[in-house]
Design a protein around this ligand. Structure first.
Ligand code: HEC
Length: 392
């Protein structure tokens, strides 16, 4: 019963997060495309800077890009803010549900830093909130006037964050937390920097003044930043299903390469300057570097006292599974946080191991399981289990 309730809460949160995220990213992509597609109006019209004609679903649409001045304010103005807000809210609840409850076991890596549940929650919340202040300071136009310096400082901050998080938390926890941090920066950009600027201009126009359009440019900077966050954030969200990424010993290098390559690809999509397409080359090299880094096998000799038997049989495998997995994956779980087997994965019989063969190999190879290696599985045991599983 509890496992069914857990499953449905997770499903509903994930589903709403996905739907809200699709609408946010969809409208963001659409507006970027729109912005880069405006042409000077065929028949010049008052205050109209550009126009676009589109066809969709059997009708033709014309959109004008314009500034508004006193006396020209439309009755109905559509704002795009709830997609972002709902994406964040559902995402944060999902994050808290999976990573803060149940002893924060998915977030903590006792081999890195043996945090308590409360410490892990406090530290991660502090990092999410603190990151906004650091980022906002770096991009405060009154403080740092040279864009290249802000870009450089931002890069340093993100690299340090990614490295630091993977040293403090579990690989999976570090990745998702970086995603939450970037997502939170995106939402705060919308609410703290973009919307108030737009509201101010509207208020000025309503009060009969010519709005100060320099505010538009400031809002635009943050809106452009949000587009650069999209690919890294999406990658992080999907990486959850690929333990080979977050579980790799060089997971932080993988995440840095992916984030930078993603941002480069995004740049070529956003920029109007076709000459900047050369950025796709370093992005492609980055992707090749990813394949290379992720193929590096790092062997630890910490527990090499037990050589894997050349003839691994089920009797031997059963002792490994009993010792390392059944605390959480059996009909008699002893783990206080996982009283019922997560994802309904019960690992007691040969038949059950066969049923989950591919998942087990993937999870154990990439050290995603045992969770946070709470049961201290050795490399030799991993090797033996995988070897046997492959013969199934
Ligand atoms: C401390 C508890 C714990 C231990 C020990 C543990 N697991 Fe898990 N396992 C979990 C949790 C929690 C999940 C669900 C993770 C998630 O939500 O993606 C899980 C999920 C899985 C899955 C399903 C993954 C998926 O994507 O559907 C497999 C397979 C698995 N574990 C195998 C193992 C094996 C094999 C061992 C022993 C070598 C093991 N686990 C040890 C807690 C544990």
């Amino acid at each position: 019963m509890t496992s069914a309730i857990d499953l449905w809460i997770e499903y509903i949160l994930r589903f709403s997060h996905l739907v809200a995220g699709i609408s946010w990213i969809g409208s963001s992509f659409y507006f970027i495309w729109l912005d880069s597609s405006f042409m000077p109006p065929e028949n010049p019209r008052h205050n109209v800077e550009g126009e676009v004609y589109m066809v969709h679903g059997g009708f033709y649409y014309q959109v004008d890009k314009r500034k508004i001045y006193p006396g020209e304010i439309p009755k109905t103005l559509h704002w795009f803010k709830w997609e972002a807000t709902l994406t964040w809210i559902t995402g944060f609840f999902l994050f808290a549900f999976l990573y803060y409850l149940k002893g924060a076991t998915l977030l903590i890596n006792p081999q890195a830093l043996d945090l308590t549940q409360m410490q892990a929650i406090g530290l991660s919340l502090g990092l999410i909130i603190g990151s906004w202040f650091v980022y906002d300071l770096i991009w405060n136009a009154n403080l740092i006037k040279i864009k290249a310096i802000s870009i450089f400082l931002s890069l340093c901050y993100f690299v340090a964050m990614i490295y630091g998080l993977t040293r403090i938390f579990s690989g999976r926890g570090a990745f998702i937390l970086m995603g939450v941090i970037m997502g939170s920066l995106m939402l705060l950009n919308v609410w703290v920097r973009i919307l108030p600027g737009q509201a101010k201009m509207l208020k000025e126009a309503l009060a009969g003044q010519v709005p100060d359009y320099s505010v538009s440019l400031k809002s635009k900077v943050r809106s452009v930043h949000n587009t650069y966050f999209i690919f890294p954030v999406l990658f992080i969200m999907l990486s959850n299903h690929y333990p080979g990424t977050y579980g790799h010993p060089y997971n932080w290098i993988l995440l840095i390469i992916l984030s930078v390559s993603g941002a480069m690809v995004r740049h070529t999509m956003v920029t109007k300057n076709t000459k900047e397409r050369w950025l796709l080359i370093p992005a492609a090299i980055g992707m090749m570097a990813l394949v290379f880094v992720s193929s590096i096998q790092v062997k630890s000799n910490a527990n090499s006292e037990m050589p894997p038997p050349s003839q691994v049989d089920f009797a031997y495998v059963r002792t490994i599974v009993e010792a390392r997995c059944q605390r959480c994956h059996s009909t008699h779980n002893t783990d206080e946080n996982f009283k019922v087997p997560p994802k309904d994965v019960v690992l007691e019989t040969e038949e059950q191991l066969r049923k989950h063969k591919d998942l087990i190999i993937k999870q154990v190879e990439n050290k995603a399981m045992p969770l946070a290696n709470l049961t201290s599985m050795t490399d030799n045991e991993r090797e033996a289990l995988i070897k046997w599983m492959k013969t199934l």
